[in-house]
Every structure is written in structure tokens, then in C-alpha cells.
Design a protein around this ligand. Structure first.
Ligand SMILES: [Zn+2]
Length: 155
């Protein structure tokens, strides 16, 4: 299983999403080597605070499978999932979660104004203490969506 390949895909999706006016995050759900759900951050385009990439990817994957059980699937996210998306992952019994950049890296590298900074007010368990394996793999380009984001917002 090439986790970096899938993470690279989410990072590229996040870059493209910023270029299309969305937020700097993307996610996919993969089962048996196939993408069964994908999403990008559409919070501001849809005025929907729940339109996070991971949540949309989980919704699409569940619709695709006709089930709310994603225990045999993997969630890949360009950025560390927030508590809302982590909650959705638990409700969907997601098998594993991999992400490319941590929330601290996102906060350090992106100029988020409120309420975007409110994405990260969580004080949940440390990643290693969680029931669902929650593993960061730093990929080349994992921070590129934030560079694109900053570029767009400085224009
Ligand atoms: Zn989220």
C-alpha cells in the first residue's frame, strides 16, 4: 500500500481547490486500492462550516458503498483532521487515517484569519493515544496548498 501516493493525490487536490477558490484541504477514502469517496474544503463557497474535505469524502464513500461502515477503508487527508471530521471518521468506523501535514504545521504555514483559525481549537487525545491509527507521513509538497493559499490571499 503506497500511502505517500494517496497523500500526494490529496495534497494536489488541495492545491487545485485553492486555485478554484476553495480552502487548502482535500481528502479521499480508499478501499481495495480504489478511491470510493473524495472531497475538498468547500466551507466558504457553500457557507457550510461542515463542508470539510474529510466529511465530504466520508459521505461520498458511504453513499458509494451503501453503508455507514468504512472499517475496511482508509481515509487520506492532506491535513490532520479536525475534531468534527475525526468524529465523522469514528461514526463511520474508518479503518485507518493518514494525513500529510499536522494542524500545527498548517497554523504555522497558512495565514488563517478567523473563523478559519477556529478549525483547530481542539484538545483531544494525542494521535498515538487514539483508537483509530492516526499517522502523519510528511510528504514533499505537503505544505504547497498553504503556499497557494497565501499567494491567493496576498493578491
Ligand atoms: Zn474537519
Amino acid at each position: 500500500m503506497n500511502h505517500k501516493k494517496w497523500l500526494d493525490k490529496t495534497v494536489q487536490m488541495a492545491v487545485d481547490n485553492v486555485k478554484n477558490g476553495g480552502g487548502p484541504f482535500a481528502a479521499i477514502v480508499v478501499k481495495d486500492g480504489k478511491i470510493i469517496g473524495s472531497g475538498t474544503n468547500l466551507v466558504h463557497q457553500h457557507n457550510d462550516p461542515s463542508a470539510h474535505a474529510e466529511l465530504l469524502a466520508i459521505r461520498e464513500a458511504c453513499a458509494e458503498l451503501g453503508s455507514t461502515n468504512l472499517s475496511s477503508a482508509i481515509l487520506y487527508a492532506s491535513g490532520e483532521p479536525c475534531p468534527m471530521c475525526l468524529g465523522a471518521a469514528y461514526w463511520a468506523s474508518v479503518g485507518n487515517i493518514y494525513y500529510a501535514c499536522s494542524k500545527n504545521e498548517a497554523l504555522q504555514h497558512a495565514n488563517f484569519s478567523n473563523p478559519l483559525a477556529a478549525y483547530f481549537p481542539d484538545q483531544e487525545k494525542a494521535p498515538e493515544d487514539r483508537q483509530i491509527p492516526f499517522i502523519q507521513i510528511s510528504t514533499n509538497g505537503a505544505l504547497t496548498p498553504f503556499h497557494e493559499w497565501n499567494k491567493r490571499n496576498n493578491e
